[in-house]
Design a protein around this ligand. Structure first.
Ligand code: HEM
Length: 395
């Protein structure tokens, strides 16, 4: 029998990692990769327990494999912090993510969908990710932050340009540096204005909020912390939703009877969002550093090891889900780990679900059927998200 090899940087494996993840779940539930010196756990229950065990599985050294450090990092982003700093920050920003504030975005999200989808009615087809899925979340995060509508196109263009790489380009160029200055200059000025003239938006709320420290004192967020939070929201909320929509377009084309069920009964769409998240997790790998020696499935993982929690493999674990390789929009899903679990559970989960639901409702109402031009699809290869950059659909 061939030995198992899993490597998150290998494009060929990344195109379809499900067969190797299945073998890992069955034959090597605690897998070690010597080349990159990481461990990986792939079964649902193990990923769930590790996510819940933030004291032993630390995020403070980074949660992206190639960016992990030997010492706890000094980034102000809460996704890379453990308790108590994480708890304080999370408590503070959660107030700005109240259900009321998120639900208020519904009409705006619908308008953005209509703006991108209406011109496609009567067309032969379009790139569902490039011309819709990747544009929507950037506009939504701007709305969430309170950026005036007339500035939102600029923010989206700058964010796009920052992510764009010409073939062969790996790092940042001078052009990226210029745009980055424009984007952060804009937000810097925006924070300054809101400090002077607060309004009812999320940034004003965060400016006014106070961190309760362990020594009983309280402290306000600095400009650097506010900017880093805006960076975290766009980092965590743009690429993930874009990949989710790419997976939706492709999975519903592969399972046309499931799509037809949603067209016939749109009340199934919220459950379909959960099923799609389970079926192809847009953020498939969360890295942690182990703070103690651990024994799991008769395998010793030494203290200090980097451990990958394979959330996307957990979603296909037959120990948790029956017939997991089949998309079933009526499946009863009591739980999944595609939005994380426990301490670092996705802060934007309700927004992600809202965007997913409205995007699918608005898409299916206009385009009940489509084919995918598979030859012309393109995938994004990063170690944090997995999915399509381009999904040409034929109407
Ligand atoms: C389908 C879309 C999304 C997916 C699949 C997703 C997935 C995830 C996952 C797996 C985590 C846990 C990371 C970990 O355990 O290390 C996470 C955390 C996070 N997500 Fe999301 N996310 C999505 C959308 C969003 C949106 C729209 C926002 C913001 C508006 C957002 C903001 C965050 C933040 C701030 C965290 C860190 C929470 C913490 O450390 O306490 N996400 N997300």
């Amino acid at each position: 029998m061939s030995s198992i090899y899993y490597d998150p940087y290998d494009y060929e494996i990344d195109a379809n990692p499900h067969p190797v993840w299945k073998r890992m779940r069955d034959e090597a539930p605690v897998y070690y990769n010597k080349k990159y010196d990481f461990w990986a756990i792939s079964r649902f229950e193990d990923v769930l327990q590790a996510s819940l065990d933030a004291n032993r599985f630390s995020s403070a050294y980074g949660s992206v494999l190639e960016l992990m450090q030997d010492e706890p990092n000094t980034s102000p982003m809460m996704i890379w912090k453990d308790a108590p700093e994480h708890t304080q920050l999370r408590k503070l920003v959660s107030r700005a993510f109240s259900p009321r504030r998120i639900n208020e975005l519904e009409p705006r999200i619908r308008r953005i969908c209509a703006r991108y989808l209406d011109p496609k009615i009567g067309e032969k087809g379009f790139d569902y990710v490039g011309e819709f899925g990747a544009l929507l979340p950037v506009m939504v995060i701007s709305s969430l932050l309170g950026v005036p509508e007339e500035d939102q196109d600029d923010i989206r263009e700058w964010t796009d340009a920052l992510l764009h790489r010409d073939p062969g380009e790996t790092g940042d160029t001078d052009a990226h540096e210029n745009i980055s200055q424009k984007l952060w200059g804009y937000f810097g000025q925006y924070i300054e204005e809101r400090r002077k003239t607060p309004s009812d938006d999320m940034i004003s709320l965060l400016i006014a909020a106070e961190l309760k420290l362990e020594n009983g004192k309280s402290q306000k967020l600095t400009d650097v912390e506010l900017l880093s939070f805006i960076g975290l929201l766009s980092g965590a909320g743009n690429e993930t939703v874009a990949r989710f929509l790419g997976w939706s377009a492709t999975a519903l084309a592969r399972f046309p009877e499931e799509r037809a069920a949603l067209v016939e009964d749109p009340t199934l769409i919220p459950n379909a969002v959960e099923e799609l998240l389970r079926y192809e997790a847009p953020s498939p790998v969360q890295a942690r550093r182990l703070k103690v020696d651990l024994s799991l499935h008769n395998q010793r993982i030494p203290k200090g090891s980097k451990v990958l929690l394979l959330t996307a493999s957990a979603g296909r674990d037959e120990r948790e889900y029956s017939d997991p390789d089949r998309l079933n929009v009526r499946r009863r899903i009591d739980r999944h780990v595609s939005l994380g679990y426990g301490t670092h559970f996705c802060l934007g989960a309700s927004l992600a679900r809202l965007e997913g639901r409205i995007a699918l409702e608005e898409t299916l109402a206009r385009f009940p059927e489509w084919e995918v031009d598979w030859e012309d699809t393109e995938m994004v290869h990063t170690s944090t998200v997995r999915g399509y950059a381009k999904v040409p659909i034929l109407l």
